[in-house]
Design a protein around this ligand. Sequence first.
Ligand SMILES: C[S@@+](CC[C@H](N)C(=O)[O-])C[C@H]1O[C@@H](n2cnc3c(N)ncnc32)[C@H](O)[C@@H]1O
Length: 294
Amino acid sequence: MNSSSDKSDIRNWWAKSPMTYGSVHGRTTYQEQDGSETTMELGTPEFFDRVDERFYSWNRPLHTTEGYFAKIFPYERYHGKGVLEIGCGLGTMAMNWARHGAQVTAVDLNAVSVAQTRRRFELLGLPGRILEADSHRLPFQDGEFDYGYSWGVLHHSPDLSHSIREFFRVLKPGGEFGVMLYNRRSILYWYTIQFIEGFLHGESRFLGPLELASRYSDGAREEGNPHTWPVTRREMRDLFSPLCQKLRIKVLGTDLEGCFQFLMPGSRDYIPTIVKKSWARRWGWSLWICGKKR
Ligand SMILES: C[S@@+](CC[C@H](N)C(=O)[O-])C[C@H]1O[C@@H](n2cnc3c(N)ncnc32)[C@H](O)[C@@H]1O
C-alpha cells in the first residue's frame, strides 16, 4: 500500500468512527449509570454535552478552577492570539480555547469531525476557523500561530516525524506547543494489548505489534483501524529536541483508574491512591510533550 492510500484508509476509518466517546467507539450510544443505554443524534447540543462529559471525566486530573485542561493549557497567555489544534475530533478542546478568547484554528483529517466541530461552534456562537486538512501538509504560512497543540492524533499517522516538522513550520519562533501521544512504555500497551490480547488470547499469531496496537487501543476491538502506533519518551526526545527549547516530556497519569479496574477488578478499593498515582505517572497511556519552538 502506498502512503496516499494509507492516508485515505485512515481518513475513511475516522469518518466512520469519529471520536464520540460512546460505549462503542464511533457510535453515539452511551451507557447510563443504571445500565440502560441512550442513543444521541449527531450534531445536537445534547450529543456534544455527552461527548464532553465523557472526555472530561477521562481527563479529570487535568482540570482546575481555571477551566477544563487548565493544568496543561496556558489559556490566559493566549487570549486574542492565534491557536492551532491538529486533529480536533468533535471539538471539545477547540471550544474551550475559543471560550477563553483565543483565535482558534482547528483542523482534522476527516470531514465528519470537521462538520461536527463547525456545528458545535455555530450552536455556541463561537468564532473559529475549522478546516479539513492533513497534519502532513497544513494549509498555513510559516510562523502563523502563537500556540499549537494536538491531543491523541499524530500516532495515527505513518508520517509522524514529517507531521511534527510541519507543525513546527506553522508555529512562530518562540511559540509554545503541547502534543499528546500514546505511550508504548505503558501498562495499556505492554500488559493489556501485547500480553493479554497478543499472548494470552493468541492474537499475536495473526497480528503484528502495529496491528495489535491499532486494533486494541483506538480500534474499537474490531478490525479496521489502519494505524495507531504509540511512541516512547526517548524517540520523542530525539524527534523534538532539534526543533525546540525547554522540552518537557511526561506521562500524564490520567487513564490508569480504568486500566486497574480492567486488570484487577475491585482494585480501586484496596490499592492506595498514592500507589496508583505513582504507577499512573510512570506507566500511563498519555505522553505529554511540550516546550517552545526554537
Ligand atoms: C483519537 S481521535 C482524537 C480527537 C480529539 N483530539 C480528541 O481527543 O477527542 C484522532 C483524530 O485525529 C484525526 N487524524 C488522524 N490523522 C490525522 C492527520 N494526519 N491529520 C489531521 N487529523 C488526523 C482523526 O480524524 C481523528 O479525528
